[in-house]
Design a protein around this ligand. Structure first.
Ligand code: HAM
Length: 438
């Protein structure tokens, strides 16, 4: 037998039982986003590599190690999107969204790709949902993004597991001064740093502060503090943000070491950390990126956003033994015998489905008993049995699968009777809304 194919390392199928969670998370996100005036955007799965290089930063872990970069047939460098913000900003500029009423509020729910080392909560294809508010600089918006994230965690039953970590990293000017101070501090200490940090010291010294290696952490503890280098505007902004967070009852830890791994941030940065595991499996993170739109070729435009990892959210829901409503279970199985009955069952199945009864049937050519055993395996509460006699007499048999009791009904009354048995409330009668013409 030939070797069977497996998924690529670090990527996974979303099986039906996981889709129950996925769908639930997506519904919660969509609902909360809509309530707050966000509209959905989907940017392409891949972009020109420079979109990510310029925004996330050449020296970031994402760009330097984790991107799936490939060439198309014309030799252009393209990259599978490792995160959502860069593409959204590119789209905002490309489509002139600054001419819309500002701020522009956008949300997404998408797969992303990073060549990370696969481990618990870390995959090479993973899903993120995220929010971006582009076009206004006001700490009240930072607070609202944080509140929205927390509301969603609450709707999913996991808000108590996470604590908000909050910091400000100031404007690019103040950061440049601080970076210089860090470089001075680390002179002569290079030998004690891990390999990654040696690289970071050259390219992006602020990332030294959130290294997880013990020796690097000890040095980071004694390093100059960012707050001593921050500009007044950023400090005032931060104080105002904290005031709003207090107002809405949002608890946070002030974390002066939090810098985040993407270069585009300015002022506010935040993450939601697992109360027991700390930074290792942050469920989400975000911050303000006031310089990014200009950096990407647009007008100077302030912005703030957040994204969360869907797999991590679902893993936490499962850890808490939280189950989600499952609408997949079937109501009715239609078993039939003979060609005439099978033909008739096609319209019956269609009618039952239209009435909101989740129905399967007309499967194969097995005996009624074989079909009923199948109905049992699919855990269907009711079976409809149609034989030649029933079709000719215009009747059908309804079998209560659990009790083993059968009743005969007129074919015209079949749908109504089954609806009565299942109950109006349990019917699957989703409607996406009325179509409009012209
Ligand atoms: P990020 O912190 O890189 O931020 O990612 C956000 C979340 O995505 C993480 O907290 C984590 O839950 C999830 N995540 C990241 N990498 C992986 C992975 N390899 N496997 C599973 N989950 C993962 C951003 O991406 C920014 N774009 C957030 C943002 C939006 N900032 C402003 N607006």
């Amino acid at each position: 037998m030939a070797d069977r194919f497996q998924t690529v390392k670090g990527v996974h199928d979303i099986l039906p039982e996981d889709h129950e969670y996925h769908t639930f998370v997506k519904k919660v996100v969509r609902h909360r986003a809509r309530q707050a005036g966000f509209r959905r955007i989907t940017t392409p799965m891949f972009e020109f590599t420079d979109v990510f290089k310029r925004s996330i930063g050449d020296t970031s872990d994402i760009v330097s190690k984790e991107m799936y970069v490939f060439e198309d047939k014309k030799g252009r460098s393209l990259t599978l999107k490792p995160e959502g913000t860069a593409g959204v900003v590119r789209s905002y500029i490309q489509h002139g969204m600054s001419s819309l009423p500002q701020p522009t509020l956008l949300f997404y729910f998408e797969p992303h790709f990073r060549y990370d080392r696969p481990q618990k909560g870390r995959y090479r294809q993973f899903w993120q949902f995220g929010f971006e508010i582009i076009g206004e600089s006001d700490p009240a918006l930072d607070a609202q993004v944080i509140q929205l994230a927390n509301k969603i965690h609450g709707d999913l039953g996991i808000d108590e597991l996470f604590k908000l970590q909050l910091n400000t990293i100031g404007t690019p000017d103040s950061r440049a001064k601080y970076t210089q101070a860090l470089e001075d501090y680390y002179v002569g200490k290079e030998r004690s740093l891990c390999e990654d940090c040696k690289f970071r010291l050259e390219k992006n010294p602020m990332r030294l502060l959130d290294c997880k290696q013990e020796d690097c952490q000890i040095l980071a503890q004694l390093a100059p503090a960012m707050k001593d280098y921050l500009d007044k505007e950023s400090l005032d902004f931060h104080e105002e943000l904290k005031g709003y967070l207090d107002e809405i009852g949002m608890e946070y830890d002030e974390n002066p070491k939090l810098v985040r791994g993407l270069d585009y941030y300015s002022k506010t940065v935040f993450e939601f950390w697992d109360k027991s595991e700390g930074s290792q499996n942050a469920v989400g993170g975000g911050g303000r990126y006031d310089g990014l739109i200009e950096l990407m070729g647009g007008e100077p435009t302030p912005a703030v956003g957040y994204s969360a990892g869907v797999e991590r959210i679902i893993a936490n829901m499962k850890r808490e033994k939280i189950r989600v409503p499952n609408k997949d279970s079937l109501h009715v199985f239609v078993a039939q015998l003979g060609n005439e009955a099978k033909r008739k069952s096609m319209t019956i199945i269609d009618e039952l489905r239209d009435a909101g009864l989740k129905t399967m049937g007309a499967l194969g050519k097995g005996s009624i008993n074989i079909q009923l055993r199948l109905a049992d395996k699919f855990k269907v509460p009711y079976a409809v049995i149609l034989g030649l006699t029933e079709v000719r007499e215009g009747i059908a048999i309804i079998r209560d699968m659990e009790k083993g009791i059968q009743e005969k009904v007129d074919m015209e009354d079949l749908t109504d009777r089954l609806v009565e048995l299942i109950g109006e409330d349990d019917l699957d009668q989703y409607t996406p809304g009325e179509l409009m013409y012209g």
